[in-house]
Design a protein around this ligand. Sequence first.
Ligand SMILES: CC(=O)N[C@@H](CC(=O)O)C(=O)NC[C@H](CC1(C(=O)N[C@@H](Cc2ccc(O)cc2)C(=O)O)CCCC1)C(=O)O
Ligand SMILES: [Zn+2]
Length: 621
Amino acid sequence: EDPIPPAGSVNDELLAKEFLGDFNTRAMDVYSKSAFKAWDYNTNITEYNREQMVNSNLETAVFSKDMSGYANAFDQTGFTTDTKRQLDSIRYIGSAALPDEELEELENILSGMESRYSTGKPCEAGTCYSLEPDLTRIMATSHDYSELYWAWNAWRAEVGAPAREDYTRYVELKNQAAIANDQPDAGAYWRSYYEVDNLQEITEKLYDELQPLYEQLHAYVRRKLFNRYGADYINLRGPIPAHILGNMWAQSWSNLYDICEPFPGKQAVDITPALVEQNYDALRMFELSDEFFESLGLIKMPQEFWDHSMIEKPDDGRDVVCHASAWDFSNQVDFRIKQCTDITMDDFITIHHEMGHIEYYLQYKDLPVVYRGGANPGFHEAVGDVLALSVSTPKHLKEVGLIDEVVDDQEADLNFLMSIALDKISFLPFGYLMDQYRWGIFNGTTPESKFNEDWWKLRLRYQGIIPPTTRTEEDFDPAAKYHIPADVPYIRYFISFVLQFQFHETLCEAAGQTQELYKCDIYNSTDAGTLLANMLKMGSSKPWPEALDAIIGSTEISAQSLINYFQPLIDYLKEQNEMNGDTVGWAEMYTPKDPELDLTRWEMGYEQWQVDMAEWKKSFE
Ligand SMILES: CC(=O)N[C@@H](CC(=O)O)C(=O)NC[C@H](CC1(C(=O)N[C@@H](Cc2ccc(O)cc2)C(=O)O)CCCC1)C(=O)O
Ligand SMILES: [Zn+2]
């Protein structure tokens, strides 16, 4: 351990390369030790395992700090791009840049917030309900307004409000760490992963292009919910109550398919009953997914994956983090999924999502550790979802025996497109607002005194939903969504939902599929698989526009592919909304169309909605 030379004092690329080689060997050892400790905690939440994980993270931080110092010692003048890129990724070390005491405090806050969320079990009349599967099933299947309200509110009371104090301190420490990494705040540090200085403009432009699609779907679904719940609960001009959309966070509306189906009974698209009838278990669902990856000539899941993944919720009373996740143990050998798999279509899709992460890990496992990541985080989130777009087609589901006939006509196509839109289009505003919210907290726009109010302003503005009861600053509803207490950025998912349709379009061409994009199934196409694999192999070794160019032949992220995919449905939704005389949006009451309009209308949020509801109901008397 020779002393670290002063910053920028060593202008010798041979020495730098020697350092990078040494770093790579040691990093694999240090990172894998930490990963196994985190795995032990995530698959068995005990105080001992939590402490073991925290201590391991603290040791990793010492290593990262040390290595950052060495990387900083080099004067990069004249160095190759690659050497510079590797050194820069070692210099910036996240929370490890905090002094030991603050880092330990942050690690304890993080593991404490994770534990609270993952062990949260609201109880009612002697029965306690886990999020997965208990509350998730209620949100997905109940049509009872007050039962849904109970589940929605109980979860927020259990894991939301209690997290507020931790979160306030978490924000301070995250910002302190960002500054220690030459960033103004933690949001800027998160955005720096994308290596562009205009990420907010890029995502805002994409959202502006996609917002009209969402408005149409929102109006259509609002009408269907009006038919189910009536005028006492649904204002056809206003926002939708947040708890009746089939999902705890109103971020995916696929569980409303039964009332949204354009042509009832025309074409089955929900394979949940078939999975149950055919005695599918988690393992068989995973094997079916792996078979799809193999059909493209991609790398199949290694034996260690099958030996050590946790694909079902343990029934031995252990507390585990049920939120699904994929793991790269940084040792080029161990790759796992942890998922409390339910036998549903939703979870079958999630399996593909997680396996997409594993495929990326496998494709770039021989790169230097610093390059073992997505071209940008959105790429990592898109891989599995791209394959799932093929798997979800009626053509493919028939091929694997999960539906017994394919009806090939316009009506059946619209049924299918509706089922995908209820997942993909409904998600867009949520995927967009989650980090708008946190960027606002990190840069001080949202003070602690408005943590909950600003959350609901964004939920109202972008999702057109409203809480089913008045919320106050005694609540902290954002913490009821995993990624907030788990400190996981989210704009990656919004970017993935755009990218995955660009990838799908290109892979379908490569597979020689010439019919409408939504009918495409790339199953068995090694041409498509090779095109995808060649991009995955790049990891994060090049700026993401180069990786994008490698797969789709353009460096531009664009919403056009998503719009192309859904075009027939968008036309249908417009026609239906006009026919029903529905005005799209919730605008005239809640979105200041003209910037001059005083923003205090946002503060009125729920209260204003109550007033409008009273007036609205009167019109039915
Ligand atoms: C060690 C580690 O943490 N590994 C990372 C992977 C990595 O970074 O290498 C990881 O596994 N993260 C977990 C996270 C899980 C899921 C998620 O949180 N999804 C979002 C948004 C969404 C919703 C619908 C959809 O179709 C796709 C995404 C949500 O549910 O809100 C849950 C179900 C799907 C994906 C994930 O896999 O992204
Ligand atoms: Zn993911």
